[in-house]
Design a protein around this ligand. Structure first.
Ligand code: CUA
Length: 339
């Protein structure tokens, strides 16, 4: 009888490959994937990942082949009358399976240790940019030393330049990670860590606190806006010279409410408000989200936030101010003027 040939493996191989690609790409299609690097640091880190994966794959195949061979070649037979020769305590084997892993670990550690030092060494040169990052429960503060510019939850960087980040924490341990650009490094209270990143293309890259830091950890996101050097310089200048202008009665009412309720905690460039407990709100309206990625930066999002911050975001330090609906509306109108 002719053996029935199943349409099986050969036909389904393209399907398996496609599915695997989609699965891997699934992360790639997302906003935070270390598998689609957008700068030299992320590229180097991905190369290391592939390198160790290749070594592990070879080990896996060799070990599996030896295992399967042994199962078949040395299986018990009905005719066996005694135990085969035992190899327990074989000096030769012990030496071999001690030395091989040592060689593998040394090979893996050479590039890992090398890059660990390269990435934490601040990059010098006139093109290097400095950004100070301070992690808070549960938001990100970004300071540009020597410029007076402070912002929150969205960090602007120039494309094609090395950006040195100094990482500090105001409270607990956080972790700075922008999967498509590289990272990640912890922000540890009482110490300053460093790392540098570079974006090869203009665009928005998504970051996230990568260390469980409390109730709002999952809502501790940020964006990296990589701009052309000219646009970046223009932004820095705008942030230094930004002024607040309110025109409508509602915006004016919002400004008065802000002074009364918000100014002890928040700073706005170009106003007498210099609170430094919460995020700096200069040019708030230009940010894509509020509360570190918790809500969209729309009238609706701002209103939801102002109504009851801890309800909108677990662990938020900003209290419920008990504002009325019309007060919230005025504040939203004012906040939307901060461009
Ligand atoms: Cu900060 Cu998790």
């Amino acid at each position: 009888m002719r053996r029935h040939r199943r349409p099986g493996f050969k036909a389904s191989l393209p399907l398996v490959v496609t599915l695997a690609a989609l699965l891997l790409g699934g992360c790639g299609l997302g906003k935070q994937s270390a598998l689609s690097p957008a700068g030299p640091v992320a590229q180097a880190q991905l190369s290391m990942l592939w390198q160790s994966l290749a070594i592990m794959t070879v080990i896996f195949i060799v070990v599996l082949a030896v295992f399967v061979y042994s199962l078949i070649r040395f299986r018990a037979r009905k005719t066996d009358t005694e135990l085969p020769k035992q190899v327990h305590g074989s000096t030769a084997l012990e030496i071999v399976w001690t030395i091989i892993p040592i060689i593998i670990i040394v090979a893996l550690s050479i590039s890992t240790v090398h890059y660990a030092f390269v990435l934490e060494t601040p990059q010098t040169g006139k093109n290097a940019v400095q950004v100070q990052v301070i992690g808070h429960q549960f938001w990100w503060e970004f300071r540009y030393p020597g410029t007076g510019v402070v912002t929150a939850n969205q960090v602007h960087i120039p494309v094609g330049k090395k950006v040195n980040f100094t990482l500090q924490s105001a409270d607990v341990v956080h972790s700075f990670w922008v999967p498509r650009l590289g990272g990640k490094t912890d922000l540890i209270p009482g110490r300053t860590n460093t790392l540098w990143l570079e974006a090869s293309k203009a665009g928005v890259y998504y970051g996230q606190c990568a260390q469980l830091c409390g109730a709002g950890h999952a809502y501790m996101k940020f964006t990296v806006l990589a701009q052309s050097p000219a646009a970046y310089t223009a932004w820095l200048h705008h942030m230094q010279t930004d002024t607040v202008s309110v025109t409508t009665p509602e915006e004016k009412a919002g400004l008065a409410l802000f002074k009364q309720n918000c100014s002890t905690c928040h700073t706005i460039q170009g106003t007498p408000f210099h609170g430094n407990i919460g995020p700096n709100l200069t040019a708030l309206a230009t940010r894509p989200t509020i509360a570190a990625g918790t809500l969209p930066n729309t009238a609706q999002g701002l209103a939801t936030w102002l109504k009851n911050p801890p309800a909108a975001k677990p662990g938020a330090k900003m209290p419920d101010l008990g504002l009325s609906q019309s007060q919230i509306q005025s504040l939203v109108a004012f906040l939307q003027t901060l461009k």
